[in-house]
Design a protein around this ligand. Structure first.
Ligand SMILES: *[C@@H]1O[C@H](CO)[C@@H](O)[C@H](O)[C@H]1NC(C)=O
Length: 187
C-alpha cells in the first residue's frame, strides 16, 4: 500500500468539507461590492432627511443580492437569489433631526437674539439667560450668534441636525478619524 492511497481520501474529504463549509457560512452581509444592490433610503418631506434615521445617524436599507448569488439571508437559510429578494439590511448614513428648524433658529437669532431666545430654543438655557440679562452682550454676542447659527457651527444641544427646507443642503463636516484612509506617500 502506497502512502498516497492512505492520504488521498483525507484530502478528498477535507476539500468536500471545505466546499460545503464555505457555501453555508457566507452571510449575505459579507458579499462584495457589485454582488448586490441596495435601495435608497426614503426621504421624509417633513424633515428632508431619511425616514427612520436614528440617533447614531444610520438608517437600515434593504439590499438585494444579485442573480445567481447564494448566501445566508435574513432568515438564516442559504438561498440562491434572483436580484429582487431582500437578502440583508445595510446601514446607510443619514441626517438625524429632532424638530429643530434651521430657519426658525436663524430668524429667532436675528430678531430676538438680544433676549437669548435663539439659545433657549436650541437648548442652551444658561447662555440664553446670560444673553437675556445683558441684552445679548450688548448686541455683540447677538451678532456672533447670528454668524454661528448661519454657518451651522452652533447646532441643537441634543446633537441633532437642523431641519432644512430642501434636501441635500446643510453642511457636511469633514472629519478625520480612525476610519479615515490615509493615502501612502508616493515614493
Ligand atoms: C445604530 O443604532 C441602532 C439601534 O439603535 C443599532 O442597531 C445600530 O447597530 C447602530 N449603528 C451604529 C453604526 O452604531
Amino acid at each position: 500500500m502506497k502512502l498516497t492511497d492512505i492520504v488521498t481520501p483525507f484530502f478528498f474529504l477535507a476539500s468536500l468539507l471545505q466546499m460545503s463549509g464555505s457555501s453555508t457560512t457566507l452571510r449575505c452581509e459579507s458579499l462584495l461590492l457589485g454582488q448586490y444592490t441596495c435601495q435608497e433610503p426614503e426621504i421624509d418631506t417633513e424633515t428632508q432627511s431619511a425616514k427612520g434615521c436614528r440617533e447614531n445617524r444610520t438608517v437600515p436599507v434593504p439590499c438585494m443580492p444579485a442573480e445567481e448569488i447564494s448566501c445566508v439571508g435574513l432568515d438564516g437559510k442559504v438561498m440562491t437569489y434572483n436580484g429582487t429578494v431582500v437578502g440583508f439590511l445595510k446601514e446607510k448614513p443619514c441626517r438625524w433631526t429632532n424638530g429643530y428648524s434651521f430657519e426658525t433658529s436663524l430668524l429667532l437669532s436675528i430678531f430676538l437674539g438680544m433676549f437669548g431666545i435663539d439659545r433657549f430654543y436650541l437648548g442652551y438655557p444658561a447662555i440664553g439667560l446670560l444673553k437675556f440679562s445683558t441684552l445679548g452682550f450688548f448686541f455683540l454676542g447677538q451678532l456672533v450668534d447670528i454668524l454661528l447659527i448661519a454657518t451651522q457651527v452652533v447646532t441643537p444641544s441634543d446633537g441633532s441636525d437642523y431641519i432644512i427646507d430642501y434636501y441635500g443642503a446643510g453642511l457636511t463636516k469633514i472629519v478625520m478619524d480612525k476610519f479615515t484612509f490615509v493615502k501612502p506617500p508616493d515614493t
